[in-house]
Design a protein around this ligand. Sequence first.
Ligand SMILES: Nc1ncnc2c1ncn2[C@@H]1O[C@H](COP(=O)(O)OP(=O)(O)OP(=O)(O)O)[C@@H](O)[C@H]1O
Ligand SMILES: [Mg+2]
Length: 277
Amino acid sequence: MSQGKIIAIANQKGGVGKTTTTFSLGVAFAKLGKKVLLVDLDPQGDLTSYTGIYKVLDEVKIGISNVLKQQIDYEQISIKEAIVNHNEGIDLIPSDIHLSKIERDMLNAMDRENILKNCLDEIKKDYDYILIDCPPSLGMLTINALSSASSVIVPVQTQVFAAKGLGNLLNTVVKIRKHINPDLKIEGALLTLVDKRTNLNKSIKEIIKNEYGSFIKIFSSEIPLAIKTAESTGAGKSIFSYDKNSKVADAYYSLAKEVLENAKERIRSKSSKDHSR
Ligand SMILES: Nc1ncnc2c1ncn2[C@@H]1O[C@H](COP(=O)(O)OP(=O)(O)OP(=O)(O)O)[C@@H](O)[C@H]1O
Ligand SMILES: [Mg+2]
């Protein structure tokens, strides 16, 4: 049986590298022998196009909105029907053109925060990691992702106001923990689009440490700014096949190893707590 860990990639700030991280981390996990599913939960459908499986969302016949809708309407279609295989060893549930309408329908649905979780329960044990790419908002879709997830990764762009808004996301995590998903962990903040020519990443790290240090760790892997990464998203390939020996590919690979190490660390500290009881 697989591990069935669900990780949401979230930050309501736009353009911070959520989608690139979802795709690259997914492929890195696959390279480490893990069985991986990516879920495109953003009506923009960027992950769906970055993977190159579909060029436009109109091409998607069964996407995430069909899956969510059947859950809302108690219909009988299996989430498995929405899964497509990618040639880099991962699976994807694509976004589709109806997703923003479904987000509105979710507001009036029964058990509305758990719609996605109830859908994913059917296939959770088929995968080691399910990564959910969230839209740049804290609406129903992101809330559903956080309710389903065991942990969340927060990409943070190294820009002056990047840490602003982190508080809103962390408040949402606290609320979700309190009311819906008590086990939700914060895997860490990931510095993205890091330009080594500036010192901004140092000051952003300081701000995060000072303001949110008790809440959130910062991954030691940092994702450099590299034009080839932006090109790879347009070419429908992950950075591992577009520019495989690049610093960005290395950084995502070491991020994947850090996440695996986080999981081992949690098991170790849980078992030492259990022993000391
Ligand atoms: N390391 C990088 N170096 C250079 N460009 C990058 C890097 N990572 C991502 N990009 C580019 O930055 C842009 C934003 O990245 P991405 O789409 O992953 O962000 P996002 O947080 O998912 O955005 P949104 O909030 O709109 O969903 C894209 O054009 C992407 O190709
Ligand atoms: Mg995105």
